[in-house]
Design a protein around this ligand. Structure first.
Ligand SMILES: *Cc1c(COP(=O)(O)O)cnc(C)c1O
Length: 382
């Protein structure tokens, strides 16, 4: 008989790519409770569009549902249908514009529909009637975003139409703030006044709408009077601030970290350009490590020669253009070995890199950094 070495004595081989994202579900839980405590008893619609801002649609929805969440929000019907097919029972508002041919699916899967014009409302009414069902509808008022929604100055006609439908339950009415994350809140006030006027008219006409909502993350923190019956919270749940000034209003935990490992180490001579286009070279001999991650994973090329990573508790810069699947780091006379863990987003020792840092390097907003981390990067839940 051959004596076998027990498997447990060999180092654990991870069953995913060295480049992966870790999602701290405990941090989601903490943020959920902190946000709930900060609001003044309003319902919260948790925004899960774009794969829950890259965190994983199903996993995050399932966790929030066990915590007793009130409402979910997605952008597209497909996202809502995926949630339903995975057993999610909570109300789901599809906040994007609707295509008429998808209406039967909205109704079949019990998704809450956004009606942004009289024509759309009538289409929903017709569809629900033909299916012998009732559609649940939120009216969308455009108070200045100029995206979807009936213009506030035409909204009276939509309110009138809403009084006439028999197969739609008008459960909500909402608007969306264009500038809630800016320090200057003048435009938000203008939008609020426009919205209030529509609400007054609905009240006067006897259209009783139980769920009035207007605030995204930034607006819900900055302006209590915008909370109405429900707030729509996305970014804050994931522990990220739409604006750094909001940091003193609520303390949140970052949820997502992004890690990889060193795959190559080399010493390069002075004046040897690195990567495509030769956008960087060192004045003296230096040590370069290569990482198996690139813009093909969503590590944006715009961050070339700006981004930093953490290896062995030290921050080092990316040098040369970021490639599709690889990028180079100048560690100078620092130490790094093949297979060393590298932190792209997250903390180690006294060093940390947050999503907002990547947004700054890429010249974009944290939302885009998160939603760019694509499906080639496995998500690992802790
Ligand atoms: C995306 C979105 C939100 C959430 O915005 P955050 O800034 O992430 O809170 C709220 N409302 C609508 C209509 C949205 O499209």
């Amino acid at each position: 008989m051959i004596l076998q070495t027990p498997m447990t004595s060999s180092p654990k081989i991870p069953d995913h790519r060295p480049t992966h994202v870790e999602i701290d579900l405990g941090a989601i839980k903490d943020n959920y409770h902190r946000i709930k405590k900060t609001m003044s008893g309003q319902k919260i619609l948790w925004v899960l569009k774009a794969n829950a801002y890259g965190h994983g649609l199903i996993k995050i929805a399932q966790l929030l549902e066990t915590l007793g969440s009130d409402f979910f929000g997605v952008a597209y019907a497909e996202e809502g249908i995926t949630l339903r097919k995975n057993g999610i029972r909570s109300p789901i508002l599809v906040m994007g514009g609707i295509s008429g041919f998808q209406l039967p699916q909205f109704i079949e899967y019990g998704l809450t529909i956004t009606a942004s014009s009289i024509e759309k409302l009538n289409q929903i009414e017709e569809c629900a009637k033909s299916m012998g069902k009732e559609a649940i509808v939120h009216l969308n008022i455009d108070t200045g975003m100029e995206r979807i929604g009936i213009h506030h100055y035409n909204a009276k006609s939509l309110i009138k139409a809403a009084l006439d439908v028999d197969h739609c339950q008008i459960e909500g009415i909402y608007t969306h703030m264009a500038n809630a994350d800016l320090s200057d809140d003048e435009f938000t006030h203008i939008q609020q006044e426009r919205f209030e006027e529509v609400l007054q008219y609905a009240l006067k006409e006897g259209l009783n709408i139980p769920l009035i909502h207007a605030a995204n993350s930034a607006a819900s923190l900055r302006n209590d009077s915008l909370r109405y019956d429900m707030v729509r919270c996305g970014l804050l749940l994931y522990g990220i601030y739409p604006n750094q000034e909001l940091k003193n209003l609520i303390d949140l935990k970052p949820v997502l970290s992004w890690k990889t490992r060193v795959v190559f180490f080399k010493v390069i001579e002075a004046h040897k350009p690195v990567s495509y286009g030769g956008s960087w070279q060192s004045a003296k001999m230096t040590r370069i490590v290569t990482l198996p991650v690139g813009y093909g994973d969503g590590y944006m090329r715009a961050m070339s020669n700006k981004a930093k990573v953490i290896i062995r508790n030290n921050k080092y810069p990316n040098v040369g253009s970021i490639c599709m699947d690889q990028l180079m780091i100048d560690i100078g006379w620092g130490t790094a070995y093949n297979d060393d863990e590298v932190i792209l987003i997250g903390e180690s020792g006294d060093e940390s890199i947050i999503v907002e840092d990547l947004a700054y390097w890429a010249g974009t907003i944290p939302y885009e950094i998160l939603t760019n981390i694509n499906t080639r990067v496995p998500r690992v839940y802790k």
